[in-house]
Write a protein that binds this ligand. Structure first.
Ligand SMILES: Nc1ncnc2c1ncn2[C@@H]1O[C@H](COP(=O)(O)OP(=O)(O)OP(=O)(O)O)[C@@H](O)[C@H]1O
Ligand SMILES: [Mg+2]
Length: 247
């Protein structure tokens, strides 16, 4: 579905991505792990076309999105839903307006009644209801993530990208977000790409797991491969996590 090839990105003298290679498989959940500050959000930003890489390619169905102009890129982005790291709701819009935003922006649904129904359906899917009128400031962190998830999937996108979907949540809320992503993926056969440092989320829902370190994907494979990896960086990452270190 999406193939990242030799992707490089530096900011000034700081090299963040130094030849990243991996593939996001169709209708699967792919998670890229990495410690804080390693470049996960930068990687995501490149893949969704918000940042231009220094070199390398990102193929979406055989089209290199790094070579597209804005108009072509926007056309492709209609197939993407994004849950940003901080939920990134529009503070001045209520829950209904936030969730309906992509539908209205993409002009996919024009009928008001249908938009209302779609928003209500999405809210139900993420385990919330009758909060359309609330403002983001009135919601808890977990609720904000759920609303952001509802907004990310309302257009029924082919690919949904998640930046740290569980960070800042208590273990129970984190688990319910994990289950939500899993259920949604199974129900809608969505291709999911998650960047995170949450191993519990990862081992619960990922089909494919990669570890980003020092600008490269140092290991990539399924859950078993990852758990039994010979790679020392992977082993250290898993150990640090199980010891409860901040990573
Ligand atoms: N626009 C930018 N300009 C300059 N430096 C940047 C920019 N964006 C990111 N960086 C730098 O790139 C590095 C990686 O940042 P990034 O946000 O991708 O980390 P991360 O892995 O997502 O971390 P976290 O887990 O804390 O979210 C950081 O050192 C950051 O300061
Ligand atoms: Mg980040």
């Amino acid at each position: 579905m999406i193939e990242v090839k030799d992707l490089k990105k530096s900011f000034g003298t700081q090299t963040v991505l130094n030849g990243v290679n991996f593939e996001i498989e169709d209708k699967k959940i792919t998670v890229i792990l990495g410690k804080s500050g390693v470049g996960k959000s930068v990687l995501l930003s490149n893949i969704i076309g918000l940042t231009i890489p220094d070199s390398g390619s990102i193929f979406y169905k055989d089209k290199d999105i790094t070579k597209l102009n804005l108009k072509e890129l926007n056309k492709i982005r209609k197939n993407f839903g994004v849950l940003f790291q901080d939920a990134a709701l529009f503070d001045s819009l209520n829950v209904f307006e936030n969730i309906a935003f992509p539908l209205i922006e993409h002009k996919t649904v024009k009928n008001k009644k249908e938009i209302k129904q779609r928003v209500a359906d999405m809210l139900k899917l993420v385990g919330l209801s009758d909060i359309e009128h609330k403002m983001p400031s009135e919601l808890s962190g977990g609720m904000r993530k759920r609303v952001a998830l509802a907004r990310a999937i309302i257009t029924n996108p082919e690919v949904v990208f998640f930046d740290e979907p569980t960070t800042g949540l208590d273990p129970v809320s984190a688990m319910s977000i994990a289950n939500l992503i899993k259920d949604m993926q199974e129900k809608l056969s969505t291709t999911c790409f998650i960047i995170s440092h949450d191993l519990s989320l990862t081992f619960n829902i990922a089909h494919k797991i990669g570890l980003l370190d020092s600008g490269k994907i140092v290991d990539f494979g399924d859950r078993n491969h990852f758990l039994n990896s010979d790679n020392n960086i992977v082993k250290n990452f898993i150990n640090a996590y199980s010891l409860g270190d901040t990573i």
